[in-house]
Write a new protein. Structure first.
Length: 176
């Protein structure tokens, strides 16, 4: 199911044909420098994440991480989208891309579009949890309009928490 499109990208639900892309996004060491956890070692781990995490999130919440498909290449080059983070009781904007697409504005294009449509899923504010030292992700969070809220811990790691109100009503309500 297509969620949104930009000039270069399609944001859509992941499906069974995307397990190789999920595996690559979770197994390439360069991508995982600032991601907690161990790299995947088999495609079956990607199938498990798809079937036990991503697809159930679509069913239960109506949203979840979305595949980012590059229109020119017709391939999944990353993910971007919402995930409910129980530990914070908030929705996180998460993103991850194959290294060959870094520095091309893909992250901003997908992230800005995702935040724009979050309210359609009942999400009126979002956070980004970024491991300390991940300057690229911090810059992207700022570029999509998020502000640094402070430091915390997540999955045993120190993180900077970025935040953004997505609806005018929510922003005004929190200023009063």
């Amino acid at each position: 199911m297509i969620i949104a499109e930009t000039d270069r990208l399609i944001l859509r639900h992941f499906n069974e044909t995307d397990t190789r892309a999920l595996y690559l996004l979770n197994s390439i060491p360069e991508i995982l420098t600032y991601i907690p956890g161990e790299p995947m070692s088999s495609i079956s781990q990607a199938e498990q994440i798809l079937n036990e995490v991503i697809l159930p999130s679509y069913e239960e919440l109506g949203y979840g991480r979305w595949a980012v498909e590059h229109k020119a290449d017709r391939r999944v080059i990353g993910f971007c989208g919402p995930k409910f983070v129980t530990e914070f009781n908030e929705v996180e904007l998460g993103y991850r891309y194959l290294p060959q697409y870094w520095g091309k504005g893909i992250g901003y294009e997908a992230g800005a579009k995702a935040l724009e449509i979050f309210p359609q899923f009942g999400i009126d504010e979002a956070i980004a949890l970024i491991l300390l030292g991940n300057r690229g992700s911090e810059a992207l969070a700022r570029k999509v309009g998020m502000s640094e809220r402070g430091r915390d811990r997540f999955m045993g790691h120190k993180v900077t928490v970025f935040h953004k109100y997505l609806t005018r009503e929510k922003a005004i309500g929190n200023c009063e």
